[in-house]
Design a protein around this ligand. Structure first.
Ligand SMILES: [Zn+2]
Ligand SMILES: [Zn+2]
Length: 348
């Protein structure tokens, strides 16, 4: 079955969109497109005399079919159904005399095919076909930039060095330059946002270890970017960030420190007066007392007395997700011993 699509174009093998929707009994008499395309079956009611009239005027089945808003086979079928054999119209074919062939041989190799086609009043395809028949080879003009280092981009129609092209699977430069390729990709992504997500996920699953290694290496070189990224990530994923915080809070709750224990610890450090890591006075203005986990909660550290000390907020922020040993080479026990000793001496 063939029919017209929504835009009124005739499509082979297409179920007409109007089938069963509109019942337009009137056959179409005027040419050109019109918004309400008549029912496919209704077109079969066209009078054969009308068809013959139009056929004689146009001498062309395509134009006749267009006139009635149906397909070429439909026109022929209606005639056959009414006992009329569809007339044949010979199209005037161009005769290729010796002179014309000679002319083609002179023009085609160098002049653009479009101009040759205009001269012979046919299509470009016909010219190419005829030239092949007569064994005329086209002389391709080589671009001055065409070397082993340059290529013609089919997208932006420019000659560019090979470095401007992605490589295809054979290791040769692709047909489009990187810019054009990116443009096309971005266009596609804009039209199919869901597909891109799927691709990215699939790619990530395939190359997970590589990606993680690449990213960690990159941020090891530039730790300040890591902080920036973290901040942005928090802003972009507030829900995930909340989940991370919640996990941290839960670990805290799971630990068995009472508030009294923590208070006692804080009082001891306050008596000591200095941050045990940077040895600077914690006055509560520039520096404040912050609880510090030796092994961070995010790395599986526990919220227990054996894992916590107090330090200043600056050291706390600097330490980040390192352990005390990684950060300053001290241990919880060492710090506690030092602090207790000092406090005892002060009291005495
Ligand atoms: Zn390009
Ligand atoms: Zn400090």
């Amino acid at each position: 079955m063939s029919g017209r699509d929504k835009r009124g174009r005739f499509v082979k093998g297409h179920r007409p969109w109007s089938a069963g929707k509109t019942k337009d009994i009137e056959p179409r008499l005027s040419g050109g497109r019109r918004p309400g395309i008549p029912n496919y079956s209704a077109r079969l009611n066209i009078e054969p005399e009308e068809i013959l009239k139009v056929l004689q005027r146009t001498r062309n089945y395509r134009k006749t079919a267009k006139h009635f808003g149906c397909s070429k086979p439909t026109v022929r079928n209606i005639l056959r159904r009414n006992g009329i054999t569809p007339p044949k119209f010979e199209r005037p074919r161009s005769v290729w005399t010796e002179e014309r062939i000679e002319e083609l041989r002179r023009m085609y190799p160098t002049i653009p095919t479009r101009e040759v086609a205009e001269y012979f009043k046919t299509t470009e395809m016909n010219i190419i076909k005829q030239a092949e028949n007569f064994g005329i080879k086209k002389i391709r003009k080589q671009h001055p930039n065409r070397t082993s280092t340059h290529k013609y981009c089919s997208g932006c129609k420019q000659w560019k060095p090979h470095s401007e092209f992605w490589k295809n699977k054979y290791g040769n430069p692709a047909s489009e330059c990187k810019l054009c390729n990116n443009k096309r990709k971005m266009n596609y992504v804009r039209r199919n946002p869901d597909k891109e997500l799927i691709w990215r996920k699939r790619y990530y699953q395939k190359h997970r270890d590589e990606i993680i290694k690449k990213v960690t290496d990159f941020y090891k070189k530039r730790p300040e970017l890591r902080k920036l990224y973290n901040k942005r990530w928090m802003k972009r994923n507030p829900d995930k960030y909340k989940a991370v915080r919640a996990r941290r809070e839960k670990r805290k709750k799971d630990g068995n420190i009472s508030s009294d224990d923590i208070l006692r610890l804080l009082i001891m450090f306050k008596k000591y007066g200095c941050c045990p890591i940077c040895d600077k006075v914690v006055d509560g203005k520039r520096r404040a007392w912050w609880l510090e986990h030796d092994i961070p909660l995010s790395r599986g550290g526990k919220h227990e007395l054996s894992n916590v000390i107090y330090d200043c907020n600056i050291c706390n922020m600097k330490k980040g997700t390192k352990t005390l040993k990684e950060f300053c080479g001290m241990t919880v026990d060492g710090i506690l011993e030092k602090v207790q000793k000092e406090v005892k001496e002060k009291v005495a």
